[in-house]
Structure formats: C-alpha cells, structure tokens
Ligand binder design. Structure first.
Ligand SMILES: *Cc1c(COP(=O)(O)O)cnc(C)c1O
Ligand SMILES: [Zn+2]
Length: 459
C-alpha cells in the first residue's frame, strides 16, 4: 500500500494501516491524516494533465468530480471507489453579487457545491468515506448530522446498497429539506433529545460499541474527498491560485481538507502560490472565532495550547452555552476538526470572522438575486467577504472564491421567512434571532382575483 493513516500530533506521529478503523489516534487521541508515499505514486506531470481525463467521461470514475482526481487521493485502488456522480460542480463568476461584497465586479467567484447529488458539498467527502467503509467490510455506517451529512450518507446507502445508514440528529435542529432526504432515502433516523454536539458525542460511543462505521469528518478518508473541491476551483481558474478562499466554518472539516489540499499541492510542486483562507463563523456558534482571533490560539507546529482549548470547552459547559444560529449547518460549538483547522489556517495565512444572522440572511438574498441561491450557512461566506472587504483585509481587486456549501432548497423556511409578507412568521422565525429588517426582501404581492386589478398591478 502506498497510503497509511498518520497521527497529526508531532510528539506522537504513530502510523496505522489503511485497513484499520479509527476515529482518533489510539495512542494520543489526536486526529489522524491519510498520508501517501508520493515517491511510489505515479503522478501527472502537471495539473493541466487532469484535463485529459475529461474525454473519458463514459467512465464513471472520470465523470466523478472526486475520482477524476484519484491520483491525488489514492488510498484505494480505483475499482474499490464508490461513485454516484458527485462533484459535477463548477465555479462561476458572480457579477451581480460582487457589488454587495464591495469587490470589483469580475473578482467574485462562487463555487456552487449545491449541485451535488444530495445538494451539498458533503457528497465529495462521503464518496471517499463510503468507499473506505465498504472496503473494510462494514455493513452499517452512521453519522451525527445537522442535516447534510445525513442526507449524503443516506443517498450513498440507497444508491449503492453497500452499507445501511444510521443517522443521529438533535431534536428540532434540522432543516426540513435535509430531514426529508434522509427519510426518503430510507436511513434509520434517530432523534436525540439534545443538540448536534450531544448527537456527535453519542454517535462516537455507539459506533465504537456496535462496530458501525462512522462517516463524520473525524473520519480522515472523508476529508480526502473534500480536497477535490479545491482541485476543481483551481481547474476552473485554469490552474491559477485565487487570492482568497472563503468558507463557512462548522465542524471545520471543509477548511481542514482545503488546507491539506494546498499543503500537498505545494509539496508536490504543483502550485507555488497558496491562497489565503478565511473561515466564517456565525455569531451564535463562534468557537473558532473566539479561540483564534480573540485568544490567539495557533497551530504552533502541532503544539497548540490544548489546555486553553480544554478550559474554553469546560467554561462553555459550566455556562450551559449552546450553539444557536439560523445557519443550522454551522450551528456547532465543539468543532471536531479544530486542530486540523488550525494547521490549515497556519499554512494558508488564514483569518476567522463571525457574522450576524442579519448579515447571513441579507447575503443569502443577494446570492439568490444573483441566480445561485444557497442555504443560510453557505451565505456566511459571502457575508464574511463583505465584512473583510469593508475592513480592508481583502482588497477590491483581489480574486475571491466563496464556497456555496449547500443548495437553495435545503431550508425553504428561512427563505420564506425573509421574503414573506407574513409579519408574524417573520417575527417568529427571524425576530427572535435579532433580524430586524429584510433589506433585500422580494415580497409576494396579494391581489384580488380580478383581471383589472392584476393588470393595474403589472402596468
Ligand atoms: C456541513 C456544512 C457546513 C460546515 O462545514 P464543516 O466542514 O463542518 O465546517 C457548512 N455549510 C453546509 C451547507 C454544510 O452542510
Ligand atoms: Zn497520536
């Protein structure tokens, strides 16, 4: 095998075979990476060579936006990889959204990951984790989810019939678009009386106890699949590195995998310039923002201040503080990939910002007006870009890529609450969250069932 699992703690550094299943290093408890013996792997001469695979689109592995880049995540032989057509996503210039962010019109690009089979970027990672689970012979796979991971697991399970899916969700904390997918695809759905962080803790225990394969982003194979989002971004820019990648931060799997992608591309000599990474939290779920920006927590070569982190979480428990934001996909207070994310921030000269509910929803409406549409969490990237341009951290002339992580139809309640005319609905759903105005609302107009009245309205 040319791949193995490797503990990211420099004081440990233990390695494990690819056929082993771990949620953390058995020796020290840190996260594991998938690592490759690149010297023994035949790689394309340059990134442009990947375009040669386009012509083989009748081959499902070449059609897949994940496995098309198998050379850069070769932990299994290609014929053991699972694909359902994920990663057919693309980067688009967003001229109509750019003015909202303050960027010059041709400088904003949106990577629309909502176009994946289950409607979010999670399919990139699930194809990889699911492949590994099936490879090690697991019969069942589980995850805790704010919604999209479960939708993704459920669709892979239904399409392939290779592993049955079990999902753990918190009570009342899931957008209906996502829950409906899990139910429709036949996932065994377990609703825990608690929030996402509770569900996450439980699923780790249960999967260990019952030998169920865990597909949350503590799974290092999952993050391998998510690297390909960056490969496709570079491909769309004809292999030029943008100045900024802006991504919402929840469990921090995406940002961690982006960092790993750039670490590897740089090490292999495929790129010279590394983009800066901006991770955007919601104010109501801002652990990373507090630790990184306010307390100055840094990766520090892997020797980050674990005591400080533990203190932070102990205080959170003591205060009974729970994550709360309308951007349910990032409503997470105990991000499992914190350490890997610190590494990504370190390598990509990264920064973290937090945005309010108002800023998220206004940005979401603008993304919609621009013809994309996304769920609330995704819009945090655009709201964060606006904030960073206003601060002068991002210059108007810089090329910025925002990741639209999930599809517009995932959470219609939030959208209708923002645009609707029903005052009570607005106040009920949004007022409690401190949203006062819907600046970009597109109110439906009520009219009698009368031809003249309708014509008058439209004249
Ligand atoms: C999962 C998810 C996120 C958060 O990504 P992390 O990798 O957990 O930080 C953001 N947006 C959407 C739509 C998601 O589904
Ligand atoms: Zn270790």
């Amino acid at each position: 095998m040319t791949a193995h699992q490797h503990c990211i703690n420099p004081n440990c550094g233990k390695t494990f075979g690819i056929e082993e299943i771990h949620h953390a290093c058995p020796n020290c408890g840190e996260l594991l990476d998938v690592e490759y013996d690149w010297d023994r792997i035949q790689l394309p001469k340059n990134l442009r060579q990947f375009e040669n695979y386009w012509v083989e689109r009748s081959n499902p592995y070449r059609l897949s936006g994940v496995w098309r880049f198998h050379d850069l995540l070769p932990f299994l032989p290609m014929n053991r990889c699972v694909t359902i057509g994920e990663g057919q996503t693309f980067l688009q210039q967003a001229k109509r959204v750019a003015p909202f962010t303050g960027l010059n019109a041709d400088r904003l690009f949106l990577q629309y990951e909502g176009l994946n089979p289950s409607g979010s970027f999670k399919d990139n990672g699930m194809s990889a984790a699911f492949s590994h689970g099936a490879f090690v012979g697991a019969k069942r796979a589980a995850c805790a989810s704010t919604g999209n991971t479960s939708a993704s697991l459920a669709i892979y399970s239904a399409c392939t019939n290779l592993m049955q899916s079990v999902i753990f969700i918190g009570s009342g904390k899931i957008a209906y678009g996502k829950l409906s997918q899990a139910l429709d695809y036949g996932a065994k759905t377990i609703q825990i009386q608690g929030d996402f962080d509770d569900a996450m803790a439980r699923v780790q225990q249960v999967s260990k106890e019952l030998g169920i394969y865990l597909v949350n982003s503590v799974n290092p194979f999952r993050l391998e699949g998510q690297k390909t989002i960056m490969f496709r971004v570079l491909e769309s820019l004809r292999w030029e590195t943008p100045d900024w990648i802006v991504v919402p931060g929840g469990n921090l799997g995406n940002s961690s995998s982006f960092g790993k992608a750039f670490i590897e591309l740089r090490k292999l000599g495929f790129i010279e310039k590394v983009p800066r990474l901006a991770i955007i939290n919601a104010v109501g779920a801002n652990t990373l923002y507090r630790l990184y920006e306010q307390e100055g927590l840094r990766w520090n070569g892997g020797n980050y201040d674990k005591v400080r982190v533990q203190k932070f979480f102990d205080q959170m428990t003591a205060d009974g503080r729970k994550a709360s934001t309308i951007a349910s996909a990032i409503e997470i207070n105990r991000p499992v990939n914190l350490s890997k994310c610190l590494r990504a921030l370190d390598f990509c000269n990264g920064i973290v910002r937090e945005v309010t509910e108002q800023e998220i929803l206004d940005a979401k409406a603008q993304v919609g007006t621009g013809g994309f549409g996304c769920e609330p969490a995704s819009a945090a990237s655009v709201a964060g870009t606006r904030k960073l341009v206003a601060e002068g951290v991002i210059e108007k002339s810089e090329r910025v890529v925002c990741i639209l992580t999930g599809h517009q139809l995932k959470d219609p309640n939030a959208t209708v609450a923002y645009h609707g005319t029903d005052k009570i609905f607005f106040e009920d759903v949004l007022g409690k969250r401190g949203v006062k105005t819907a600046e970009f609302a597109n109110h439906p107009i009520s009219v009698p069932n009368d031809l003249d009245a309708i014509i008058r309205l439209l004249q």
